[in-house]
Design a protein around this ligand. Sequence first.
Ligand code: SF4
Length: 354
Amino acid sequence: MRIVRRKTRQIQVGWVKVGGDAPVVVQSMTSTKTRNVNETLDQINRLFKAGCELIRVAVPHEEDVEALSEIVKNSPMPVIADIHFAPSYAFKSMEKGVHGIRINPGNIGKEEIVREIVEEAKRRGIAIRIGVNSGSLEKDLLDKYGYPCAEALFESAMRWSEKLESWGFYNFKVSIKGSDVLENVQANRLYAQHTDIPLHIGITEAGMGQAGVVKSSVGIGILLYMGIGDTVRVSLTDDPEIEVKVAYDILRSLGLKRQGVEIVSCPTCGRIEVDLPKVVKQVEEKLKDVKTPLKVAIMGCVVNAIGEAREADLGLACGKGFAWLFKGGKPIRRVREEEMAQALLEEVLKYNEA
Ligand code: SF4
């Protein structure tokens, strides 16, 4: 089964295409102070290496705006300036060469100012992300609905989309973030039914650790399953590299992106005669920088190993302190427990050479 993605118009953020026939784009946001240029660029480079394709940086102060030229010049991916409350920083960030800006019209203030920002982005060929959040809804919508709800978020997103189009600006995407998963899904679904504008999806402030990963995976997963979502940001109270990893895991599990190694491993049971969690951790560590799309099955015993190994590019079917290494569904050699991760790495490298 394949997911049929919603047909959206394509926009351009720097050299990265979002929407249309482009694969879902993974993005993240730096957690450094933008004004600390070296630290910010270090993090950007690490995120790029992890597979991040667009990067957003916070611009809360003048010093952060000043740092943008250097960051844009040295970033391996297009840079988006995150603007809140201070429209002057939107103009200054565009002057510094950013490839995109994110604004929440609800906290920018007057419509004329939003229009001036849009006109400037149009003149410079810069993309905009319009953010609609339950925390920054317009007052008239809060009065109409009484509280932030999916319908109010949808109405706000439609309102701003129509305004931008009426001003002759089309190089924009929209994000709609509700305070909970179901509100988020419903607001995005309503919007997707009414426009072909690309959607940036994510669950805002999902939290930390396992709870954040689960919440993000459920919300983003439901939307992607419905074909909704042109770019994804997983928001976690954690290292942004983990956000990128989780985004790829979600996309890979839905067959929407194949980059890097997908590891399938069994949950273990009383039949196990190797330290499987340790083997899986070693394999993950060894293969973490591999970009070639490969599926690797690591199974604790022969019960499901043959079937899984047949489905995977490479597999390990473990016995007592050893495993059969499978390639293309066939056993190719026997390896000791301590050699398993290295043996898999050697086979993966052969795929890279092929
Ligand atoms: S593959 Fe073997 S060890 Fe792993 S859960 Fe299944 S039966 Fe248990």
